[in-house]
Design a protein around this ligand. Structure first.
Ligand SMILES: Nc1ncnc2c1ncn2[C@@H]1O[C@H](COP(=O)(O)OP(=O)(O)OP(=O)(O)O)[C@@H](O)[C@H]1O
Ligand SMILES: [Mg+2]
Length: 323
């Protein structure tokens, strides 16, 4: 049984200008211990897809799916109490902005202690204290005893993200959702946090969903990649295959925009021309058609369905040839 199953997930929002469909026909599974990278430009639905998995979408959201289940629990229609048990329990999460995610009024120890008190009520105060110290060591905080009494403003960005990670893994989650966890950090710290997530994933045999707008960030730490565009999965498959031989022109465009992948380093770096479509006026056919170098006449009128081959899925009438 897969740890997570999403089948035909759709997320709509009621807005002043009417209902928009921000995510549609999104289907994927995650197995135990597997790392999935989710990439795509800003606004393509990466975060709201994860928010739906965590039950954190705002009130104006309408979520439907043929199936949305985690660890054997049907997530559609569960109560807020059940969400609270899942979040921070079997599902941990870290976000882009660690400095603003921590509560400025609580010490490091108090913040982690709160997670343990809620999700592990059987632990004594002493056991929780010991667990917090071992968590801090686990996430690479030097001199953890001295850090226990620190407040968030005394921590660097990288240190804050390590504390967020300690909170996320405190209850041994089966799934860690990391939404752009390194975007707000400087480059050297980014690399350290990536290495930490990779280490913890292996040690705890967690599944990880790692969201980034940058393919170069996810390519080394994920087994599978899912590329999103305008709220749809437009390509997914094994990371190695996607990087070596993208079949959707959008994926190829993302790869060509990465400096180290760029064939001629002397040329100006490639960037995909144009903008993502307005969700209030979605194109009738392929959502990427207006920006695509590979389009043909019927791309504008016919919406491409997902083509499924072994280990590879793409949504394109005229995919690039496999290398
Ligand atoms: N509360 C809301 N009401 C209406 N539309 C929303 C709401 N929240 C998100 N959206 C829309 O859903 C779309 C997807 O947003 P999402 O935050 O998932 O993008 P993203 O891929 O995570 O982008 P980024 O890389 O910038 O984080 C956006 O077009 C956004 O405008
Ligand atoms: Mg986002």
């Amino acid at each position: 049984m897969s740890l997570l199953v999403a089948k035909n997930l759709q997320i709509q929002f009621q807005t002043k200008k009417g209902i928009i469909t921000a995510v549609r026909d999104v289907s994927f599974t995650i197995e135990e211990g597997e790392t999935l990278g989710v990439v795509g430009e800003s606004g393509c639905g990466k975060s709201i897809t994860n928010m739906a998995l965590m039950g954190l979408l705002p009130e104006n959201a309408i979520v439907t799916a043929d199936e949305l289940s985690f660890n054997g629990v049907n997530l559609l229609g569960i109560s807020e109490k059940q969400w609270q048990d899942i979040r921070g329990g079997k599902m941990g999460m870290i976000f882009q902005d660690p400095m603003n995610s921590l509560n400025p009024c609580y010490t490091v120890e108090d913040q982690i202690d709160e997670v343990l008190r809620i999700h592990c009520p059987e632990m004594s105060k002493h056991q929780r204290h010991e667990k917090i110290l071992s968590l801090l060591l686990d996430v690479g905080i030097p001199a953890p005893k001295e850090r226990l009494k620190a407040y968030p403003h005394e921590l660097s960005g990288g240190m804050s993200q390590r504390i967020m990670i300690a909170m996320a893994i405190a209850c041994n989650p089966k799934l860690l959702i990391a939404d752009e966890p390194t975007t707000a950090l400087d480059v050297t710290v980014q690399q350290q946090i990536l290495e930490l997530i990779e280490k913890l994933q292996v040690e705890h045999n967690m599944s990880v969903i790692f969201v980034s707008h940058d393919l170069s960030v996810v390519k080394d730490i994920t087994k599978k990649i899912q590329v999103m565009y305008a709220g749809e999965i437009i390509e997914s498959g094994l990371t190695k295959d996607i990087i070596e031989s993208p079949q959707h022109p959008y994926t190829k465009g993302l790869l060509d925009s990465i400096p180290s992948f760029h064939e001629s380093k002397d040329d100006e770096l490639f960037s995909i021309p144009g903008l993502v479509p307005d969700l209030h006026a979605r194109p009738q056919g392929c959502q990427f058609e207006g920006r695509c170098f590979h389009r043909k006449d019927d791309c504008q009128s016919k919406w491409p369905l997902l083509e499924k081959a072994t280990d590879r899925v793409y949504r394109c009438h005229y995919p690039l040839e496999k290398k």
